[in-house]
Design a protein around this ligand. Structure first.
Ligand code: SF4
Length: 318
């Protein structure tokens, strides 16, 4: 690990200004991803700004009937919150499907949204990777691709987003609230928060340099049956091959988002109009532009079959 300096911030605006004031500075909160990346030599910040003392650690009701989740609310606390369990069950289930109990106790809401891909070549500093080292190439293309993306990929990168929580947040149409170093704030829809790789897979989100996530806001509850079904190579502590987040209504309508298949949570709203016609019809719309490899084309079939199971569960509990 390379040497770095460290400071504790006392407010969101102060933290954003501190990162803006030093080249190579980074925020740190739970550190469950960043510290691993630093030990591996993939990230080498010159300065860490600790944001654990800036507040943003509570969940508040909004006047609109939703929830405003502080950026530093731990994954364990978010999953256990009675309002989340009652009104946003898909979010609670997605959180509990991720990582381990120990990691969820440390990992934060904002950090979960910002975790980096688990592409094995990204973690191997001997291999070319456009995400880790822009312009160096992509070792995954033509390599081992079973875990990687099938849709929204590019010639520069075929990695997937590893977050379970983000799939549920996308399904729920969450908004990501931020503060910039000049103190200005903005709200970014989850649909626009994560980017597809294009020619710049190193730029993963809509955040600008030094912009700090302050809250994630959920709109009013949707009602219906909430399901998060994750398919992985072992029963726990593994990233999704495919995951399905769904909110299903009694009249056969609903929402569906897919994890483990793209550089961002994959949701195509027009595909949801096909829900009354079954999983095959929805899947055909969701994956119409898929470009899988011969090693990961199974993910499309797996997603369709997992969705079929989710829809059957939804019908049984309606
Ligand atoms: Fe890097 Fe993306 Fe290629 Fe993986 S798929 S090696 S993350 S550029």
């Amino acid at each position: 690990m390379r040497p770095f300096s460290y400071e504790r911030a006392s407010s969101p605006a102060e933290a954003a200004a501190a990162v803006a004031n030093m080249v190579g500075a980074r925020f740190i909160a739970g550190g469950t991803n960043l510290l691993d990346l630093m030990k591996s030599g993939i990230e080498a910040p010159t300065h860490l700004v600790d944001i654990n003392g800036i507040g943003l650690d509570s969940i508040e009701d909004t006047p609109e009937g939703g929830l405003r989740i502080g950026a530093l609310v731990r994954n364990t606390d978010l999953a256990a919150d009675i309002r989340v369990r009652r009104d946003y069950g898909v979010l609670s289930r997605a959180l509990l499907a991720g990582a381990s109990g120990q990691l969820r106790n440390k990992a934060t809401t904002a950090g979960n949204l910002l975790q980096r891909t688990r592409c094995p070549y990204f973690y191997d500093t001997n291999m070319p990777c456009n995400k880790r080292s822009p312009g160096s190439g992509c070792a995954a293309i033509g390599g081992f691709t079973r875990q990687l993306g099938v849709i929204g990929t590019s010639e520069a990168c075929i990695a997937t987003n590893p977050s379970d929580m983000a799939v549920a947040m996308r399904l729920l149409d969450a908004q990501v609230e931020t503060v910039r170093p000049d103190g200005s704030t903005r709200s970014i829809p989850m649909a626009d928060f994560h980017r597809l790789p294009g020619a710049t897979p190193n730029i993963e989100t809509a955040l600008t340099p030094s912009e700090l996530i302050t809250y994630v806001t959920l709109p009013r509850p949707l009602g219906g049956t909430h399901i998060y079904q994750k398919v992985r190579d072992r029963a726990s502590y593994a990233f999704a091959l495919v995951s399905i987040a769904a909110v299903l209504q009694r009249d056969g309508t609903g929402r569906v988002a897919v994890g483990g298949v793209a550089h961002k949570p994959w949701r195509i709203e027009p595909a949801e109009a096909e829900l009354p016609n079954g999983a095959k019809a929805v899947s055909a719309r969701l994956f119409a532009s898929a470009v899988p490899t011969h090693e990961n084309e199974f993910k499309i079939t797996l997603a369709e079959r997992t969705l079929a199971g989710v829809l059957a569960t939804g019908r049984a509990s309606a």
